[in-house]
Design a protein around this ligand. Structure first.
Ligand SMILES: Nc1nc2c(c(=O)[nH]1)N[C@H]1C(S)=C(S)[C@@H](COP(=O)(O)OP(=O)(O)OC[C@H]3O[C@@H](n4cnc5c(=O)[nH]c(N)nc54)[C@H](O)[C@@H]3O)O[C@H]1N2
Ligand SMILES: Nc1nc2c(c(=O)[nH]1)N[C@H]1C(S)=C(S)[C@@H](COP(=O)(O)OP(=O)(O)OC[C@H]3O[C@@H](n4cnc5c(=O)[nH]c(N)nc54)[C@H](O)[C@@H]3O)O[C@H]1N2
Ligand code: SF4
Ligand SMILES: [Mo]
Length: 638
């Protein structure tokens, strides 16, 4: 028995250091969190603790697979056969219809930095068509870039300097578990914790005060608190460091019912106002809250609240949404969207592919399962099924591999080799193979290189994974950090600031923070579909990758009041304007009465996918997807 060290590359803010116990036959028998890593602190989340079930699942792809015609099952083929066919089709499409007839789609299956080399391959070959926007964090990032000029965070340990920490739409227990020990420690030393979520999550028992607003009304909640702060008198004059202060005040004073819109009590507003006024208060925003029609405006309202209350530019303050995880590494030179011949909105991918003129003929999908995870699954499925060739690089079967013409098997996070920056802390880490890849499984770099040779692209991708890692560490080496050090364990990004916007200087055009000063329109109400359907992260799965057992039917949680005479445990029909599915109803008085909550990630092939019920619509900024506001209703099964 021996142990190997690597890093979890899943789409998760924590980016844990893993210890893999490997037996003498080379089989992993246990995964642990590294005790030496300052963030991981010796424990893993539920979904990765159980990853070995997935690692050794019998349905793992271990050979290239080919579907001889659209209705046929996949059959195993050699790499030469698969790559020759793909190269032939790519060259044919480019010659006959131009490179815009090919689409490259990469999502967040792995956060490894080398995964961007797939973008480089397709740019050198084309440039080809790309996706535009980002369904995960697009709206929130665009909001903070508009306000502050950059979307980044104070060091997470700066929370030690906060008198209050406000967890705003951030489900720490489920989505960022390694922030929990720090929050518990802060609570013990007297830091006040406030939670804000339309679902009373487990956080309610951790927080000193928990606020349960109507979903999607965070703009109004923030303005209710601003109104109260204006009454109290501000500690700092926002006009000195913010643009649009007069318009902002006019907007706030233009309404007197902010609190009623948010559906919260006077005490809720008072406690938030007091915590922010007293300061320093750090606002920790969740990533999900902005996946709404006016998602960016919600985040901008919270940014404005932090500014007006005097919580920017000081230790213990700030609004944390995202950590610039790539900032320490050298960028791979690419033109991206600027050079792409055309782009398709990620949120509306299915519809836009179907409407494309000239048509898309070929798509390469990597590290993503767009059929299950993008809105309007059936349209995405139809669009991708209709292509002349769909190639998917993945480790396991998904709704997307189910319609692929070719599936190329690649490494799991335990076999992979890459560099990782985190989006929930400022640490940098390296992954290296803890296990040998089984069968014909290959590192993606090998796949791209083999393809590049067949496409006559010369040397652009040549080099081993380790050589590529070295190439991306030039700047880090200048500050004395080498790859060997990263391979030994987590290293803090030496270029990341402890606190942001010191001296209240912002990297915006005017050097000032930009206050939002327009109220977003309210979402139109829909009398026939009065509820809001949303699917949130579950501890049992990483997006559509389930490692803990599935219930036989998707469970829909609603407040007992909302359920009416539909019994707890009953099979009911969940309906939206997009379609319907049968779900098992669970009464849950912790859920806001206007919501129906499903677990995120279940696939069509697992008996139903929430995204088959969700309309494809973009958010106000950043090309996010409006996942959390689907008008819905429940009905008895007929
Ligand atoms: N276990 C697990 N962890 C994950 C993931 C996973 O699939 N499973 N996914 C990863 C990924 S890809 C991401 S992007 C992150 C997502 O991480 P989070 O953003 O933390 O997770 P979400 O589930 O999207 O939603 C977070 C919380 O926002 C609340 N919320 C919803 N609407 C509103 C609103 O209008 N206002 C307020 N104030 N709160 C609201 C929800 O009730 C939920 O508790 O997590 C990562 N971590
Ligand atoms: N209704 C609803 N839908 C949502 C969300 C929601 O909250 N509600 N959340 C959204 C969010 S935040 C996100 S980020 C997206 C996630 O959407 P996706 O990124 O499409 O998510 P996954 O299901 O994780 O699919 C990633 C695939 O990558 C594969 N994979 C893992 N490692 C590697 C690798 O190294 N290389 C390759 N090639 N493949 C790999 C996995 O096996 C998996 O099949 O879903 C979005 N969809
Ligand atoms: S998914 Fe997140 S919490 Fe779980 S092991 Fe990976 S990095 Fe850690
Ligand atoms: Mo995400």
């Amino acid at each position: 028995m021996h142990t190997r060290h690597t890093t979890c590359s899943r789409d998760c803010p924590d980016t844990c250091s893993l210890v893999v116990e490997v037996n003498d036959q080379g089989r992993a028998v246990k995964l642990r969190g590294s005790a030496e890593d300052p963030v991981t602190q010796g424990f893993l989340c539920e979904r990765t603790s159980r990853f070995l079930d997935r690692q050794y699942a019998p349905d793992r792809f271990t050979q290239p697979m080919w579907r001889p015609h659209k209705e046929a099952p996949l059959e195993a083929v050699s790499w030469d056969f698969a790559l020759d066919r793909i190269a032939e089709k790519m060259l044919q499409c480019r010659a006959e219809s131009g490179a815009s007839s090919l689409l490259h789609y990469r999502s967040g299956g792995s956060l490894g930095l080398l995964k961007q080399l797939s973008d480089l391959l397709f740019e050198k070959f084309g440039p080809v068509s790309l996706k535009r926007g980002d369904i995960c964090s697009g709206a929130g990032e665009a909001a903070q870039e508009a306000d502050f000029g950059v979307c980044d965070s104070h060091d997470h340990l700066d929370l030690h300097n906060s008198r209050s920490v406000i967890l705003w739409g951030k489900n720490v227990h489920t989505s960022a578990p390694h922030l929990l020990p720090l929050l518990v420690q802060l609570k013990q030393k007297g830091t006040r914790l406030i939670g804000i979520d339309p679902v009373r999550t487990r956080q309610a028992s951790l927080a000193h005060h928990f606020i349960q607003p109507r979903p999607g009304t965070d703009f109004a909640l923030a303005m209710a608190v601003v109104s109260r702060l204006l009454e109290k008198g501000l500690r700092q004059d926002p006009a000195e460091f913010c643009d649009h202060w007069p318009e902002f005040v006019e907007m706030v004073n233009g309404r007197s019912d902010w609190r009623e819109v948010a559906g919260v009590g006077l005490e809720d507003v008072e406690i938030l106002a007091e915590a922010l006024h007293e300061g320093p208060a750090s606002i920790q925003l969740g990533w999900g809250m902005a996946r709404r029609r006016h998602g960016a405006a919600l985040v901008r309202a919270v940014d404005a609240l932090a500014a007006v209350s005097g919580n920017l530019g000081l230790a213990g303050g700030g609004v944390s949404y995202y950590y610039r995880r790539r900032s320490a590494f050298d960028a791979i030179e690419m033109g991206g969207l600027e050079v792409a011949p055309r782009s398709f909105s990620e949120a509306c991918l299915g519809r836009e592919i179907l409407q494309a003129d000239p048509p898309v003929r070929f798509a390469w999908v990597t590290a993503g399962n767009p059929v299950s995870m993008l809105p309007d699954s059936q349209t995405v499925r139809r669009a991708l099924s209709g292509l002349e060739m769909l190639v998917v690089v993945d480790t396991h079967p998904t709704d997307t591999t189910d319609i692929a013409d070719l599936v190329l098997p690649t490494c799991t996070l335990l076999e992979d080799e890459d560099l990782l920056g985190a989006y929930g802390n400022h640490y940098l880490r390296s992954s290296q193979p803890a296990l040998e890849a089984p069968g014909e499984v290959r590192h993606e770099l090998w796949i791209w290189q083999q393809l590049a040779r067949r496409l006559d692209l010369g040397e652009v991708l040549e080099g081993t994974p380790r050589q590529w890692k070295e190439r991306m560490m030039v700047r880090l080496r200048e500050s004395g950090i080498g790859l060997e050090e990263l391979e030994r364990g987590a290293v803090r990004n030496p270029y990341a600031e402890q606190i942001l916007f010191a001296g209240l200087k912002f990297p915006t055009a005017s050097g000032k923070m930009q206050l939002i000063h327009q109220v977003p329109e309210e979402a139109p109400s829909d009398a026939e579909f009065p509820l809001q359907l949303a699917a949130f992260s579950t501890p049992k799965a990483q997006c559509s990758q389930w490692s803990v057992g599935l219930s036989e039917l998707t469970e829909a949680r609603v407040h007992p009041e909302t359920a009416g005479n539909l019994a707890d445990g009953a099979e009911v029909s969940l309906e939206t304007r997009r379609g319907r599915m049968t779900v098992r109803l669970r009464h849950d008085d912790q859920v806001h009465p206007s919501l129906v909550v499903l677990p995120k990630g279940r696939m069509l092939r697992q008996g139903g996918c929430v995204n088959q019920l969700i309309e494809a619509r973009e958010t106000d900024l950043g090309g996010g997807a409006n996942y959390y506001e689907e008008p819905a209703r429940l009905a008895a099964l007929r």
